[in-house]
Design a protein around this ligand. Structure first.
Ligand code: PHE
Length: 494
């Protein structure tokens, strides 16, 4: 088949692994992991976390990279080749990644603005008020949207411009860019770690991070959070790893590459935990509080706690400020272009639209849409869309994917295929993980989340807002996926 020859490929195996790591390692490792870990039993959380990595994370990573490589197609057509109607599912999964990149870009827009303010430590002595009032200019609720905030619009434009410039030349360019965007944040994190560990009180923070509270292991919630974190962090169920796998040659090795990616990602999270907690220990020390009192939840950790810490540093504050926000930008940008690529590759596969053109069209559509998240009410919408796409969208998509591969696709045959080129033999455990363990856990996660949503709602948001920004967004991608599936393709190879 001539079309396979035309498909681009990674420069080398190393470039593929770097790109996969770049997609996985992102903002989720720096603010999400440490926060989830600390609120879920500190050191004890590492047990469910690594169980989740080995029972769901790595098996699904192998599945996704392997499926992409075997089919030589992104998610939509890869699933479509298993059974025709499954193309719809593939478009939906890839659509979720388009949905993620549209709101993920918001965090990058904030990071640009903070990078700018690092020059003169513009957040002053009250970073929380600064974040809410000066940066977000936040309104009273999701109903009051207001206009986009100018500085954030500029940050957003810079983000999309960067993504466009990188993706314009396709994966060959990505092969090069990741040699900067992967090692650089790691190095920057190491610098921050050294600074963090030498601050007074740092050890209290580390102790807090690592002291296991085994009693928490009995709570089912902790296990759910561990799986959710692994899922988001490894960029699973969104077509990203299928898309990246599709750019591998037919003879490429999968199993070991997936292992390396999974371990590197989780190693980075573990490492980032030391950076975050040494700084939190220092903050606790300065403010005379306990470590658990200084942590602000989720996003606040990066944009409130860190600026506070940066201002309190004895010297070179601006330099450390810039280092931190450049770290966030380089961490996020390779996740962003991986997400966009997961979606657009489907258009290349189906309609042979050139990669550069696709990158441009996507950015032209996505940029204006993403401006919703930098309006005065945008923060609330960001929060709602993030919650729904991850907790409901990705988890449901992961479940369906396991069922498709475990029951509809010839999974034993697939294992044999993977083993022909693999450096490590993939055992029967893999089939078990995909067929029984992962689906069972995902069903529990979904039911618990669904139940909590119905009974308690989410963060006091009005129902109409979560229906629109939550379910509405998840269903929108399903509807668009249906449309894209039904549109005839250019070739009849399908
Ligand atoms: N893994 C990325 C992170 O940790 C986010 C992401 C999620 C990327 C899903 C792709 C798909 O920040």
């Amino acid at each position: 088949m001539a079309e396979i020859k035309e498909r681009e490929q990674w420069h080398s195996r190393a470039a593929f692994i770097m790109a996969a790591i770049g997609s996985a390692v992102g903002l989720g490792n720096v603010w999400r992991f440490p926060y989830v870990a600390y609120s879920s039993g500190g050191g004890a959380f590492l047990i469910p976390y690594f169980v989740a990595l080995f029972t769901a994370g790595i098996p699904m990573l192998i599945l996704e990279m392997g499926l992409g490589q075997r089919m030589q197609k992104g998610a939509p057509l890869a699933f479509g080749r298993i059974r025709k109607p499954l193309q719809w599912f593939g478009w939906w999964a890839a659509g979720l990644s388009a949905g993620i990149v549209i709101y993920y870009s918001t965090i990058l827009a904030w990071s640009w603005v903070y990078l700018w303010h690092s020059f003169d430590l513009g957040w002053g002595s009250d970073p929380k008020t600064f974040f809410n009032d000066s940066v977000l200019n936040i309104s009273s609720g999701p109903g009051e949207i207001g206009w986009p905030v100018l500085s954030l619009v500029i940050g957003m434009a810079l983000t999309w411009l960067t993504v466009y410039l990188i993706l314009r030349k396709g994966v060959r360019n990505v092969s090069k860019v990741v040699w900067v965007t992967v090692p650089l944040p790691t190095l920057l994190l190491a610098i921050l770690l050294i600074r963090g560990l030498t601050l007074p009180g740092a050890m209290d923070g580390i102790r807090y991070y690592l002291t296991p509270d085994f009693s928490k292991l009995a709570q089912p919630d902790i296990w759910l959070r561990a799986y959710g974190q692994i899922f988001f962090s490894l960029s699973l169920a969104s077509g990203v790893m299928i898309g990246y796998g599709s750019y591998l040659g037919k003879k490429a090795e999968i199993t070991n590459s997936a292992l390396i990616t999974g371990l590197a990602n989780c190693g980075t999270s573990f490492f980032a935990g030391f950076v975050v907690f040494s700084i939190l220990g220092y903050l606790a020390n300065v403010q005379g509080l306990d470590v658990d009192k200084v942590v602000t939840k989720g996003t606040g950790l990066a944009f409130v706690a860190f600026p506070t810490a940066i201002s309190k540093l004895p010297f070179l504050n601006s330099v450390f400020g810039m280092i931190f926000f450049v770290t966030l930008l380089t961490l996020g940008i390779d996740s962003a272009f991986a997400l966009q690529e997961a979606f657009t590759t489907g258009f290349y596969d189906k309609w042979k639209i050139p990669t550069g053109k696709l990158a441009g069209i996507f950015v032209l559509v996505a940029f204006p849409v993403s401006l919703i998240f930098v309006t005065r009410g945008g923060f609330y919408w960001f929060d709602i869309v993030d919650k729904w796409i991850c907790d409901f969208g990705l988890v449901l998509s992961g479940l369906v994917q396991c069922i498709i591969i475990g029951y509809i696709y010839k999974v034993e045959d697939f294992r044999g295929y993977l083993n022909t080129n693999s450096e490590v033999r993939l055992g029967k455990w893999w089939v078990w993980a995909l067929r029984y363990v992962t689906p069972a856990v995902l069903i529990v996660i979904l039911c618990v989340n669904f139940y909590t949503e119905i009974t308690e709602g989410y963060e006091n948001y009005p129902r109409w807002a979560t229906l629109l920004g939550g379910w509405g967004v998840v269903l929108f991608w399903a509807a668009l996926g249906y449309y894209l599936w039904k549109r005839p393709s250019k070739s009849d190879v399908l």
